[in-house]
Design a protein around this ligand. Structure first.
Ligand code: FPP
Length: 228
């Protein structure tokens, strides 16, 4: 099915609350949440033909969580990517990251770097995972990377080239699960004209039906980009 969407971005929220409501440890919520990732990517790439999918997996603020939970999330990410490795090749999906991954635990970083390198030839489907990502840090980093010449007269076009998302279209739709209605330092500049969709569904329960509802809602919206 074709949609006018080029890029859909998700804030995967509610893993902890999902686990709590099932009487499980928060980490169990992350496990089930990780299993949702490929279902969502497949629905976007294969069913809806959306070329870019971006997921907020770990923010610059998430380091404040208990050390065991942080460590669990990165171990889970590494295990998950190793386990699902063949799916990237079978479905021709390029893995991409945004955020400063140099600060990630070694194991997770190695898996990410390798898989990114091995999948960079794929052009039609890009799965971007935001890791140690924060929009404010992204802007400061972009400014610090401007050349002397660019700095004399800063333009949006010049700044944009130094964002982690350089070369990617801005997100058409940003979906946040779990009932929270905020951006939490996610893609602040790229979201200038994005549509937002908030659903009370927790991320581990965000199935194809929930996904399709978000797309159908998006299709009903009229985007004017500041025009009339
Ligand atoms: C938000 O739920 C979830 C996270 C901060 C972590 C998401 C990470 C994964 C699912 C790990 C694997 C990632 C990939 C891409 C395979 P929360 O803990 O904030 O939930 P709560 O608000 O209910 O506490």
């Amino acid at each position: 099915m074709d949609t006018p969407l080029k890029h859909i971005a998700f804030i995967m929220d509610g893993n902890g609350r999902w686990a709590q409501q099932c009487g499980l440890a928060r980490t169990e919520g992350h496990k089930v949440g990780a299993q949702r990732v490929f279902d969502v990517a497949k629905r976007a790439f294969k069913h809806w033909n959306i070329p870019y999918v971006t997921l907020y997996a770990f923010s610059t603020e998430n380091w404040k969580r208990p050390a065991y939970e942080v460590s669990f999330i990165f171990k889970l990410l590494a295990t998950y990517l190793k386990h699902k490795r063949s799916l990237f090749f079978e479905n021709e999906i390029r893995l991409n990251t945004i955020g400063d991954i140099s600060k990630l635990p070694e194991n997770a970083r190695t898996v990410l770097v390798d898989l990114k390198e091995q999948t960079k030839k794929y052009k039609d489907h890009t799965l971007t995972i935001a890791l140690n990502y924060g929009a404010r840090e992204e802007v400061l980093r972009a400014i610090s990377q401007l050349s002397e010449e660019e700095r004399q007269h800063i333009t949006w076009e010049a700044l944009e080239k130094h964002l982690y998302t350089a070369g990617m279209p801005d997100p058409d739709l940003i979906v946040r699960t779990s009932g929270e209605q905020r951006l939490s330092n996610y893609l602040l500049l790229q979201a200038a004209y994005s549509e937002f969709y908030f659903t009370p569904t927790y991320w581990p329960d965000f199935d194809d039906e929930a996904f399709d509802k978000a797309i159908e809602e998006y299709m009903r919206r009229t985007r004017r980009f500041g025009g009339i």
